[in-house]
Design a protein around this ligand. Sequence first.
Ligand code: FAD
Length: 318
Amino acid sequence: MDLSFAQQVIYQEEYARAQVPGPLATGLGIAGPTVIKYGTPEQKERWLRPMLRGDKVWAQAFSEPEAGSDLPALRTTARREGGTDDGEYVVNGQKVWNTHADISDLLFTLVRTGSQESRQRGISYLIIDSRAPGVTIRPLRDLTGGADFTEIFFDDVRVPAADRIGAENEGWRLVRTSLGHERAAGAMNQAARYRRVLDELIALAHERGATADPLVRDRLAQFDVLVRIMRYTGMRTISDIIARGEPGPASSTARLYTATFEQELHEFAIDLLGDDGLLRGSDPGAVQKGRWVWGFLRTRASTIGTGTAEIQRNTIAE
Ligand SMILES: Cc1cc2nc3c(=O)[nH]c(=O)nc-3n(C[C@H](O)[C@H](O)[C@H](O)COP(=O)(O)OP(=O)(O)OC[C@H]3O[C@@H](n4cnc5c(N)ncnc54)[C@H](O)[C@@H]3O)c2cc1C
């Protein structure tokens, strides 16, 4: 929308306040900025508008069973047949933990085009049609009972070289842009959303008579302060993007902050519910359809996905 900084802040806050379910942000938040920065004019034309309109859903296929924190260890291979720009790649390997890949149209993937020992120097960034022959996508159930992420198998999948972003073996440069934006994505939206969630938690505490306890009031006041800090951290991240075109290390600060905050908030909510904190959505008597229990289980993954808390700390330290 080409909004100014102030307008972005207002937009995100109104959006969250109105309780509008967000778009599937993987394409818009991660792949989009990468295509804008490194794509050819033809690729931008072909991919960006359908992504923005929501006509095409994008999913991220980076992680592998033996390559998570250590992403340069990835083993999915892409063997080129024909020219660098007009040939085809034949892709073989496995990806895992790919959010919403089962409902995606396109996968943005990292593949090995160099030797196995080449690490960062032998990786290319390929866009693969999720329904191409040889692609198998299976949902994986997580501890909330939902199945938001998947595992993907590539068996001799043929991908046009024209669907590679950036030069062959130079995909690692693009990864920094993708991961930085992934960590920054929704920084403002998260702050606005947690403002609303905290207000709902305060209402719940009142309803259950818990606010008579000064320790409960104290915790709620602390969370209020933390949500305000989250808002400033989000602003700092967005202003970094505006100033430098890249989120920079502030994105790891924002991500780590939000991840630990949402775990603490949900742990507190479960304590507040007492025995009712054991009831899940489908159980009779579940409080607010089990949303706090679901949130508690869901946020266990917050310090793993988008890079683990340890990796964020390493990035900040470096
Ligand atoms: C909810 C969720 C959604 C996800 N969505 C996607 C997705 O859409 N696409 C995708 O490609 N991937 C996705 N992932 C995968 C995610 O990126 C990886 O799980 C994550 O990077 C960690 O990798 P790993 O699981 O292999 O753990 P490992 O890398 O094996 O880590 C195991 C443990 O060792 C620690 N560790 C590893 N290396 C270091 C180090 N150098 N210093 C300190 N500690 C270290 C880690 O912090 C962790 O505690 C998702 C994960 C989750 C939980």
